[in-house]
Design a protein around this ligand. Structure first.
Ligand code: SAM
Length: 287
């Protein structure tokens, strides 16, 4: 792919570089916030599966500017991959499905609770939809487990999901922990992707619930999802967010946009620190 073809094909990829975001995903969190005001009053936040760090950038910029003393803001970012430092963001390199990582996050908060937990986790997709959905749901469950340890009552949890065939089970179970559960599709998320985000508001775990690292959602022996009644059959509202006039993420735009004089290529804001293809590049250089 040439240096300009991705810029042309993907408007959010290009805008991210122009505005200094490390990844186009920044717009997804910004658009979710536009709709749900999730940053309001947030001082402590956790960003799960954070690398290369555009959501942490969004959190750092917004939370620090909303608070009287920017130093009060605490953001803990976790990922398998290392990521370049950001102001007010403490980084943990680890696997969110591991108890040890959950414990590290809990320790970072020193007994205080987070106001917001976000998770944009995505496994390497295999292209086999059932497997991809399953692995994605495992990441979400790990994120929820960690959330039940660190989120304050009334707090907010936002996480990426794949809208597959079993997704209603997930909604029903999230509804056990949060008063409001909504699914949202930001304008910057491609229509062609089954990705969406759950916005879970007002954390209120069932009475007597003790946080564990056991999967609260899958450790049930349900064989017929249709047997659910009452709260388990709750239908989650779905809406699209982001300004209707905002760029469409599936459309190709001309390189010179309205209001601009010329097209100027920009390097990505933050390249991967240690990408798997680095060895190959080095070997090719030495040929
Ligand atoms: N929100 C990020 C941003 O805005 O820059 C992008 C996140 S990227 C789509 C998904 C991330 O999930 C990858 O960096 C990957 O390393 C991370 N990830 C996948 N599985 C993980 C796991 N088990 N534990 C921690 N991170 C994981």
């Amino acid at each position: 792919m040439g240096k300009t073809s991705k810029d042309k094909r993907d408007i959010y990829y290009r805008l991210a570089k122009e505005e200094g975001w490390r990844a186009r995903s920044a717009f997804k969190l910004l658009q979710i916030n536009e709709e749900y005001n999730i940053f309001n009053g947030v001082v402590r936040a956790v960003d799960l599966c954070a690398a290369p760090g555009s959501w942490s950038q969004v959190l750092s910029k917004n939370l620090r500017k909303n608070t009287e003393n920017a130093n009060d803001v605490k953001i803990v970012a976790v990922d398998l991959q290392a990521m370049a430092a950001l102001p007010g963001v403490k980084q943990i390199q680890g696997d969110i499905t591991k108890l040890s990582t959950a414990n590290e996050i809990i320790q970072e908060f020193e007994g205080q609770k987070a106001d917001l937990v976000v998770c944009d986790g995505a496994p390497d997709v295999t292209g086999l939809h059932d497997i991809d959905e399953y692995v994605q749901s495992q990441l979400l469950l790990a994120a929820l487990n960690i959330t039940t340890h660190v989120l304050k009552t009334g707090g907010i949890f936002v996480a990426k999901i794949f809208r597959g065939k079993d997704v209603t089970l997930l909604y029903s179970q999230l509804k056990q922990f949060f008063e409001f559960v909504t699914v949202t599709k930001p304008r910057s998320s491609r229509n062609s992707s089954i990705e969406a985000f759950v916005v879970c508001q007002n954390y209120n775990p069932p009475p007597g619930y003790v946080p564990t690292m056991v999967n609260p959602l899958l450790d049930h022996k349900y064989c017929d999802f249709n047997q659910f009644t009452g709260i388990n059959r709750f239908i989650v509202p779905f809406n699209a967010c982001g300004d209707i006039n905002a760029y469409d993420s599936d459309t190709s735009y001309p390189l010179i946009l309205e209001g601009q004089e010329s097209y100027e290529y920009r390097e990505p804001v933050q390249g991967p620190i240690n990408p798997p293809y680095k060895d190959v590049l080095n070997k090719t250089k030495n040929l």
